[in-house]
Design a protein around this ligand. Structure first.
Ligand SMILES: [Zn+2]
Ligand SMILES: [Zn+2]
Length: 351
């Protein structure tokens, strides 16, 4: 029998199509060139070393002794402009404001043929520290309501540049789904006297069936009511509404859990396209007892169809428990990461 499941934190219902559920192996990406098989340097890539003049001057640049190891630059084609105002205007049904905001690109590595899944833990720590540093700086700007951190990997996830990069955008409004998340989390808190996200990670850890990686300070799992195949959440185990509230120890642990989770997707599903986003609270909700930030990873392994468009409700043709078991069993190349500039260790022993 098909089953309807509801996520207690977001209140979203999903149809788990058990009758036509596909085996996890069916979601392995069709033959395509893996990220690591690309050239390590591309002459006309604006994010490759030697082409720094093709981007704006960096807002942040971290050197590792050999050269820059990470850069944050303003997006050349920003979705929002830092020069606009924040005045709103109302005229009948037309409500508008100028497109104020900040849109920055974080170049994850000087190496072209890599991705977060293939970085070392140190490089992912550097990436998350840079996110937190910029997030804190943008939070000082009272015109911004919140900061969103995300990554698009692969053409079907919306990326136009292959060089490994993430983005962050500061917006002057609270987006609708964020507002809905906040309200639903508050409703859960009213009913249960506890944070839905804290309850979720505890029960997922106890049940174990949907866990992918259990870190010291965060848990990676496929939620009970996952909206699509291999839709993953990484939830910090300490209650906090904002990503910028994470401590160094929490970020170091998160980096490893994020890297291992993405590596399992990379090796298990053959480098699928995906988006990840840090689902964050608005900056002024830093003391919320009911909202809790987390990372959502959505591999692009199934398509949105008319039912989803018409209802906002998803049909998930996979079983979260079986997908999580599949990922737990994906063996990673020994060491788990590739050397920063060395060739990928393709023939490393499996562990
Ligand atoms: Zn490049
Ligand atoms: Zn919580």
């Amino acid at each position: 029998m098909p089953e309807l499941r509801q996520n207690v934190a977001t209140r979203e219902w999903v149809v788990i199509a058990t009758e036509r559920a596909k085996r996890p192996e069916n979601f392995v990406s069709p033959e395509h060139a893996l990220t690591e098989s690309r050239p390590a340097h591309v002459a006309d890539c604006p994010f490759c070393p030697g082409n720094e003049h093709m981007t704006e001057p960096p807002i942040l640049s971290i050197d590792d002794g050999v050269g820059w190891a990470l850069r944050i630059v303003p997006n050349k084609f920003p979705a929002l402009s830092s020069n606009a105002g924040v005045e709103r205007s109302f005229c009948g049904i037309e409500r508008r404001m100028a497109g104020f905001g900040f849109h920055e690109v974080l170049v994850e590595s000087r190496q072209h043929n890599t991705t977060t899944a293939l970085l070392s833990d140190l490089e992912v720590v550097r990436l998350l520290f840079a996110f937190r540093k910029r997030g804190k700086a943008l939070a000082e700007d009272s015109r911004l309501m919140m900061v969103i951190y995300f990554k698009n990997h692969g053409p079907s996830a919306g990326t136009s540049l292959a060089h490994p990069h993430c983005q962050l955008i500061g917006v002057p409004v609270v987006p609708h789904t964020v507002r809905a998340r906040l309200q639903d989390a508050l409703a859960y808190f009213d009913e249960h006297g506890s944070c839905a996200f804290c309850d979720m990670w505890r029960q997922e850890l106890e049940a174990g069936a949907r866990v992918i990686v259990a870190g010291k300070h965060c848990l990676s799992f496929i939620p009970f009511a996952a909206l699509s195949p291999f839709h993953i959440w990484i939830v910090p185990t300490r209650h906090m509404p904002l990503f910028t509230q994470a401590t160094n120890a929490e970020i170091e642990d998160l980096a490893e859990v994020l890297r291992v989770t993405l590596a399992k997707l990379y090796h298990g599903l053959r480098d699928p396209d995906f988006n990840f986003a840090i689902r964050n609270a608005p900056t002024h909700e830093g003391t919320s007892r009911s909202f809790h930030w987390y990372i959502s990873i959505v591999p692009k392994v199934s398509k949105m169809a008319g039912f989803e468009v018409g209802t906002g409700m998803f049909i998930n043709p996979s079983l979260p428990e079986r997908s999580a078991e599949f990922l737990r069993n994906v063996a990673l190349p020994s060491g788990g990461a590739y050397a920063i500039d060395g060739p990928p260790r393709r023939n490393g022993s499996r562990s």
